[in-house]
Design a protein around this ligand. Structure first.
Ligand code: FES
Ligand code: FES
Length: 149
């Protein structure tokens, strides 16, 4: 059984979407040990004992939205929303991987996530905005640490 089917059919975690079911659209993207994977191409057995994060687990425990979720809302980066969970999971990883330095880089590293509605410009804008806010938050945390030392 694939990780995608295990999530959706057995764990009722339906935020992860099934698009092509053959590794070509990115709708099923989730994270395993912090790295993005296509859950339709991953066997559930392969992730035994590993940390799986889906779109349901990306916000803070108190419900505070992740910077990428906020940016998608602010930039109106979706229409039908079907590709959105996969886009967000990829975007979180893309920023963490350090591949959100320019629009061209964002487009390249988000290219595995298709959007049939064509919301690409807003998606790139959202990733750019989230990357800037994550880096601002990181600099602030470093500054606070330095000041506290
Ligand atoms: S559903 Fe997995 S890549 Fe399309
Ligand atoms: S918002 Fe509809 S497929 Fe992307």
């Amino acid at each position: 059984m694939t990780l995608l089917d295990a999530l959706r059919e057995h764990l009722s975690l339906t935020g992860t979407k099934k698009g092509c079911d053959q590794g070509q659209c990115g709708a099923c993207t989730c994270h395993v040990d912090g790295e993005r994977v296509l859950s339709c191409l991953t066997l559930a057995a392969q992730v035994e004992g590993r940390q799986v994060t889906t779109i349901e687990g990306i916000a803070g425990e108190d419900g505070t939205l992740h910077a990428v979720q906020k940016a998608f809302l602010e930039q109106d980066a979706f229409q039908c929303g079907y590709c959105t969970p996969g886009q967000i999971m990829s975007a979180v990883a893309c920023i963490r991987e350090g591949h959100a330095g320019s629009d061209a880089e964002i487009r390249e590293y988000m290219s595995g996530n298709l959007c049939r509605c064509g919301a690409y410009n807003s998606i790139v804008a959202a990733v750019r905005e989230a990357a800037a806010s994550v880096s601002k938050a990181a600099s602030k945390a470093v500054k606070e640490k330095v000041e506290a030392a």
